[in-house]
Write a protein that binds this ligand. Structure first.
Ligand code: ATP
Length: 340
């Protein structure tokens, strides 16, 4: 189990991480979701030991690792750009870590070959060992990078936006493969990404990093349906977040969230409605195949989205520039405390 306790990291006047409390349990695929600049890479670099925290502690299985040299931590790191050696073959890239690790480097060629072959087999690259790394596809390079990390049997594997350099089709396939490889090994993966779909698909657990802190760490379905605060909800691209004071009905003030698919739309009326509702102007629509997105602007300028599933349409015909009532069941809203 990896545990970060009140970890902070500042660069000059800027605070990248601000008292992060975070746990990656054993045998878990942990996805860490955060916007650009949220501090994801910084967090991985502190865990790997490329940098040290200004405050706080990092422990692996109960023993402190902060302050330890990086190469003694037994932590694997898969870089976004793969960082392979271009002049070495696939097998030489994988074997490199075994030959050169600071801790018990291997010299026995048979053992090196056996372990390299086993790592290549694990990532589905048996038979590719003799190829140059420029003579394989992007997805295969990704798997070489993974094999090179896994061959040293790390205690945990950190993956920095590992699918970012791959095209969309390959990304979907690698998602499945990464999950399967991790399950076979039983070692925890900590995968950072800016994509909520990737985080929700991959993670046994998903943590949201924003404003230098972990906002929520939960099972993906729990996070998606029960975000614990406005920041977590904002990262899921499924929730409208607006101030309660916009609504008719006695909701008070402060941020509330309603999911895109839980808002109904009807003609504007002055009559009191039984359900919480707000006025908004229809801006435009976007057709995405099985779903259609409609965009509205509330009185205070907040942009609101409503999703309609074509198999069960529930929205009337909408006219751009016209006002509508947006309403929802009282139990569909989540109310948070603090600023929106
Ligand atoms: P991205 O998804 O864009 O890679 P990230 O979530 O990985 O972003 P970090 O690279 O961890 O974000 O950066 C977090 C914050 O710390 C940013 O505001 C960044 O500008 C700042 N930062 C990171 N490294 C340094 C550095 N060496 N010197 C100064 N500021 C830095």
């Amino acid at each position: 189990m990896l545990t970060l306790n009140q970890v902070s990291r500042r660069y000059g006047g800027a605070t990248a991480l601000d008292g992060v409390d975070f746990v990656v349990p054993e045998n878990t695929y942990m996805a860490l979701l955060g916007a650009s600049g949220a501090g994801k890479t910084t967090l991985l670099r502190l865990i790997a030991g490329f940098e040290e925290p200004d405050q706080g502690t990092i422990s692996l299985n109960g023993a402190r690792i902060d302050g330890q040299p990086s190469h003694l931590r037994d932590i694997g790191f898969v870089f976004q750009n793969f960082a392979l050696f271009p002049h070495l073959t696939v097998a030489e890239n994988v074997a490199f870590g075994l030959r050169h690790r600071a801790h018990a480097p291997l010299t026995n060629e048979t053992e090196i070959k056996d372990r390299t072959d086993a790592a290549l087999e694990l990532v589905g690259l048996t038979g590719f060992g003799h190829r140059g790394v420029s003579a394989i596809s992007g997805g295969q390079r990704q798997r070489v990078a993974l094999a090179r990390t896994l061959v040293c049997e790390p205690r945990i594997v950190l993956l920095d936006e590992p699918l970012g350099a791959l095209d969309a089709n390959l990304r979907a396939r690698m998602c499945d493969e990464l999950k399967a490889i991790r399950e076979r090994l039983g070692v925890s993966f900590l995968h950072v990404t800016g994509s909520e779909t990737e985080a929700l698909t991959m993670g046994d657990q998903v943590a949201v990093l924003a404003n230098g802190r972990i906002m929520q760490s939960d099972a993906p379905d729990m996070l998606f349906s029960h975000p614990g605060n406005a920041e977590a909800a904002r990262h899921l691209n499924a929730w409208n977040i607006f101030d309660a004071s916009l609504c008719r009905g006695d909701l008070g003030q402060g941020p509330i969230a309603v999911r895109f698919d839980q808002i109904d739309v009807s003609a504007e009326t002055a009559a009191p409605s039984e359900r919480p509702s707000l006025h908004a102007t229809y801006l435009t629509g976007e057709f995405n195949g099985p779903t259609a997105l409609s965009f509205f602007r509330a009185a205070d300028g907040t942009l609101l989205q409503v999703v309609d599933h074509l198999s069960q349409p529930r929205l009337p015909d909408l006219v751009e520039g016209q006002g509508y009532d947006l309403h929802f069941a009282a139990d569909a809203l989540r109310q948070f405390h603090g600023a929106a």
